[in-house]
Ligand binder design. Structure first.
Ligand SMILES: [Ca+2]
Ligand SMILES: [Ca+2]
Ligand SMILES: [Ca+2]
Length: 431
């Protein structure tokens, strides 16, 4: 019925023809009136060649092939020929593919070619170390589905973030009440004075600037802007909330980690990226992570860098058995477990690129770093893409999705529960 309706309109409206031509087609189909000699008319060759005929129980159809599409005039002339019932475009029919699915073009960011974790062509290794093509998070295909959303907020709980970095400044969640408020005053009454970008629990002030570089590196993996400079983050569109509790020397205390998690809950983040660890099991930290779970927040945590089996030697916070925790191990550009990475087929959930990762750094810079610290924001970014597409997923569903859709590889079979590497495209398409 739809095709017929379109056909009817073709008689009277060239605008509809334009619409029809937007869908690829190859010549035209005519339905020949029974007993007509339409197909044998010499004048038909003025329009095109009759190249295929289908004699069916419900009539005779022919394809008329034309070099270009018919002009409106020629189309009308054919349409009014007494020998035919109707004429319409012969559409090209294709398989029903998943929306997207092709790799998008490589972004223009000048150093993207060095980001092997995003697109490992086996030659990024000429810059760092040897690589194996395809051992990456498959983000170029994922980007054909989504490149993120400003509705997704990710807390980077770390040494702070260089929120003035040219590749990050537009990716930071800004607290407008404080931006437009009075210095020294808690304008939005959230208990924190001048927390425009985030908060610094190491120094108890509203400035989460990163004097170390580690937090800025993690933030860039998640969401460095897609532009013509530096690197590209996993999410082109995201709001990063810098929450500092580790000092510029890179250490901090549990009491401040708890406060940092609480602050992230208050800022309404969806994901927390935690590239830190140490210490024994603490009820207080577990309570904080459970509070984040109750708020629907996915808590991504680095598995640790002791080359240890987390199934037998617990590493915290990655080993807290709370449903929103995703413990992340690291692999190299060859697809093998990074030598430093902790592992565990029960307690480490997934793996991501973590060796020789290029990202943003303090003072507007860029540098290469290695660690499960670097693998963790890869997962935080992929979870961000997933929530951009499916905002109602629970943290437990997200973790299950990443584990179940990971690409299993022999090199990573004993590294984590997933037995392989997380694939952003497969996570998004649940394949
Ligand atoms: Ca405030
Ligand atoms: Ca203020
Ligand atoms: Ca960039």
């Amino acid at each position: 019925m739809k095709l017929k309706l379109l056909f009817s309109s073709l008689f009277v409206s060239s605008a509809i023809i334009t619409t029809a031509q937007a869908t690829p087609f190859n010549g035209y189909i005519v339905k020949v009136k029974p007993g007509s000699n339409f197909l044998n008319q010499k004048s038909l060759s003025n329009f095109g060649k009759t190249t295929k005929v289908a004699n069916t129980s419900f009539g005779t159809f022919a394809r008329i092939e034309t070099n270009k599409g018919l002009s409106d005039l020629a189309f009308s002339a054919l349409a009014s020929d007494p020998g035919i019932e109707y004429i319409e475009p012969n559409y090209i029919i294709t398989l029903n593919k998943i929306k997207g699915g092709e790799e998008v073009p490589v972004p223009k960011d000048t150093s993207f070619k060095k980001q092997w974790g995003m697109k490992n062509d086996g030659k990024n290794g000429s810059i760092f170390s040897s690589g194996v093509a395809g051992e990456d998070i498959n983000v170029l295909r994922a980007w054909s589905i989504t490149q993120g959303s400003k509705d997704v907020k990710i807390a980077v709980i770390d040494t702070g973030v260089d929120y003035t970095h040219p590749d990050l400044k537009d990716q930071i969640d800004v607290n407008l009440s404080e931006l437009n408020g009075k210095p020294g005053v808690d304008d939005d009454n959230n208990g924190f004075v001048d927390d425009i970008y985030g908060y610094d629990f190491a120094n108890k002030d509203g400035d989460p600037q990163d004097g170390h570089g580690h937090g800025t590196h993690c933030a860039g993996v998640i969401g460095a802007a897609h532009n013509d400079i530096g690197v590209a983050g996993i999410m082109a569109h995201v709001k990063i909330v810098p929450i500092k509790f580790l000092s510029d020397k890179g250490s901090g205390e549990s009491i401040d980690a708890i406060a940092a998690i609480d602050y992230g809950i208050k800022r309404g983040v969806n994901i927390m990226s935690n590239s830190w660890g140490g210490g024994e099991k603490e009820q207080s930290l577990e309570d904080a992570i459970k509070a984040a779970e109750s708020a629907g927040i996915t808590f991504v945590a680095a598995a640790g860098n002791e080359s240890a089996n987390n199934d037998t030697t617990a590493s915290y916070p990655a080993n807290y058995e709370v449903g929103n925790v995703i413990s992340v191990g690291s692999y190299t550009s060859t697809g093998a477990k990074s030598s430093f990475s902790n592992f565990g087929v029960k307690s480490v959930h997934v793996t991501a690129p973590g060796s020789n990762i290029l990202s943003t750094y303090k003072n507007g810079g860029y540098t290469t770093m290695s660690g499960t610290s670097m693998a963790t924001p890869h997962i935080a970014g992929i979870v961000g893409l997933l929530l951009s597409q499916e905002p109602n997923l629970t943290p437990a569903q997200i973790r299950e999705r990443l584990v179940n859709t990971s690409v299993k590889t022999s090199k990573l079979s004993t590294a984590s529960l997933s037995g392989g590497r997380v694939d952003a495209f497969k996570a998004l398409t649940n394949k």
